[in-house]
Design a protein around this ligand. Structure first.
Ligand code: ATP
Length: 204
């Protein structure tokens, strides 16, 4: 399994979409993290049991702001929350990976891969690096995110040097999408497709 990561607004989704178009099976950690606490889920039930009814909105959905307020400055509370969510995310990820074809290249898009210390669990770690100024401009343009909010989120994540240190492959995304695609296609051709072919040959 390939781990794909990068800071907020670096272009992980753009890389994941290109890899999916080339034939990879992409597993999106953010999406799974939402699924495991969806209204009516066992995960949400455990969160309510641990943190109280105040973390659920009138619509029955998790109130992320309320929960965030409880765990933000409380390390023990954050660990309690992660003890509920992380095993569920891991189990669902493993389930989806197991459902992929045996020779498939499986790419796990995980925003906090480096922060959570997951790099050693992947065969290959791909990091998308984009200058902070470019990320701020894209987040403002495409998501209407204020500069202050984007800077706050960037400061809460690992910095580029830490992500670089965990990377087997670095993709730069400061320029056009075409230029990003050229790099992703090269990664696919040189590092990922040979893997897929090897597995197929070994199984033949
Ligand atoms: P997040 O961590 O928030 O999930 P991400 O790393 O997945 O972000 P993307 O959503 O892929 O980042 O990219 C952020 C924004 O920048 C998107 O709106 C995307 O369309 C845009 N974008 C990505 N790469 C480029 C590029 N090379 N040129 C122009 N816009 C880009």
């Amino acid at each position: 399994m390939v781990g794909l990561t990068g800071g907020i607004g670096s272009g992980k989704s753009a890389v994941a979409a290109r890899l999916a178009a080339l034939g990879a099976v992409v597993i999106d950690a953010d999406r799974i993290a939402r699924e495991v606490v969806a209204p009516g889920s066992e995960g949400l039930g455990e969160i309510v049991a641990a943190f109280g009814d105040g973390v659920v909105g009138p619509d029955g959905a998790l109130d992320r702001a309320a929960l965030g307020g409880l765990v933000f400055a409380d390390e023990a509370a954050r660990r309690r929350l992660e003890a509920i969510t992380h095993p569920r995310v891991r189990a669902r990820t493993a389930e989806l990976a197991a459902a992929a074809a045996p020779d498939a290249v499986v790419v796990n898009d995980v925003p906090l891969l480096v922060e959570v210390g997951l790099a050693p669990t992947y065969h290959l770690v791909v990091v998308v690096q984009t200058a902070v100024a470019v990320r701020l401009a894209r987040l403002a343009r495409d998501r209407g995110m204020s500069r202050a909010e984007a800077e706050r989120r960037i400061a809460a994540q690992a910095d580029d040097a830490r992500r670089d240190a965990a990377a087997d492959v670095v993709l730069r995304n400061d320029a056009t999408l075409d230029e990003l695609h050229v790099q992703v296609d090269g990664l696919w051709r040189d590092r990922l497709l040979p893997y897929e072919e090897n597995v197929r040959l070994r199984r033949a």
